[in-house]
Design a binder for this molecule. Structure first.
Ligand code: 13P
Ligand code: SF4
Length: 327
């Protein structure tokens, strides 16, 4: 097989993975970067961990491991490659670094933040400790390493209730997502003290939107991420982490579904489950969308940007993440 024939066959087989969500006219804009990234990964012994909100050309064509925050943390703990590129946001890259202090962790854009992580500082956590002495602090993984370092344990949307109930106390502080905390509170007898942080993507969904969808699309199944307001979760048919939503669609195969979460979630599932009708709306996360094939390629070519965590902070933050992973 000639090299050019091999390259063309490879491009076609990659395109097969995304042809239901990427129009043929857009594909040529991606193929050079995809080829370069696949080659760089091999040469540099690198691996790409990608969150479920990454665009289909990243998620299906260059990522080695995909998943929700919990899966990415679990997989980061097992990585053997020398370099980890985190296609996601900064708190995810910091978590990968905490679990791999000796490896190089790269994030393609340093500005890929998170409104939840930005809503609370380590000093705020200190004030909560003073105000509620002896009450354990659960930090959502969507926090900076410095905030995790002040917490007793971390949680994700996939294990929040289990983490809260594992502590054996009648009260816990859960920060920074008020809605996630209230959604967990509705499922447990543990009293939850919440912070007032919100996800800028999920706070925008409303029960009225769900009512309109049900009217316009009879039989539609509504899935909501637990970062949505409690009244939205109550009006939905199911709520779970991004991985749980994906599993729900894959196992139950609803004919028509809406995912009240970031837009790429539907695209990534729709690429493979072509018989399901995915109804929008969805909201874009501007932070997740800072990651592109072009800056992933640049990260691998130039080692930009290396993620670092102050070693004194890292020791304590790692403890909170590892305590969660040990559950
Ligand atoms: P998941 O852990 O459910 O993937 O959620 C991460 C996130 O940032 C949701 O907005
Ligand atoms: Fe943060 Fe919300 Fe974006 Fe997730 S979707 S990274 S919680 S801003």
């Amino acid at each position: 097989m000639s090299p050019s024939f091999g390259a063309a066959a490879r491009a076609t087989s990659l395109y097969d993975r995304v042809r239901h969500v990427i129009p043929p006219v857009e594909w040529p804009a991606f193929i050079d970067d995809i080829d370069a990234i696949l080659d760089l990964k091999r040469r540099r012994n690198a691996i790409i961990l990608a969150h479920n909100y990454q665009t289909p050309e990243i998620f299906h064509c260059v990522a080695d491991i995909v998943g929700d925050s919990l899966a990415l943390a679990r997989e980061a703990a097992k990585v053997e490659a020398e370099i980890i590129v985190l296609a996601g946001v900064t708190f995810m890259a910091e978590t990968a670094k905490l679990l791999n202090p000796k490896k190089t962790v790269l994030i393609p854009d340093l500005e890929a933040g998170c409104s939840l992580a930005d809503s609370i500082t380590p000093a705020d956590v200190g004030l909560l400790r003073e105000r509620y002495p002896g009450v354990p602090i659960v930090a959502y993984v969507n926090t900076s390493a410095a905030v995790k370092a002040q917490a007793d344990i971390c949680c994700t949307s996939g294990n929040a209730r289990a983490v809260v109930e594992s502590l054996g106390t009648d009260r816990v502080i859960m920060l920074p997502d008020e809605y996630l905390a209230n959604n967990v509170a509705s499922q447990t007898s543990v009293k939850i003290i919440a912070w007032k942080g919100h996800c800028e993507v999920h706070e925008r969904f409303t029960p009225a939107e769900i009512a309109e969808l049900r009217e316009s699309y009879p039989g539609i199944v509504v899935l909501a991420h637990p970062e949505c307001p409690p009244e939205v979760v109550a009006a939905a048919d199911y709520s779970g982490s991004t991985a749980a939503m994906s599993d729900y669609v894959e196992s139950r195969r609803p004919a028509r579904v809406v995912l009240l979460t970031e837009c790429s979630m539907s695209d990534n599932i729709a690429a493979q489950l072509t018989d399901i009708e995915f109804v929008r709306p969805c909201n874009l996360c501007p932070h997740m969308k800072r990651i592109t094939l072009t800056n992933i390629r640049r990260a691998l070519e130039t080692n930009q940007h290396v993620v670092t965590v102050d070693p004194a902070v890292a020791v304590k933050a790692r403890r909170a993440v590892e305590r969660m992973l040990a559950l």
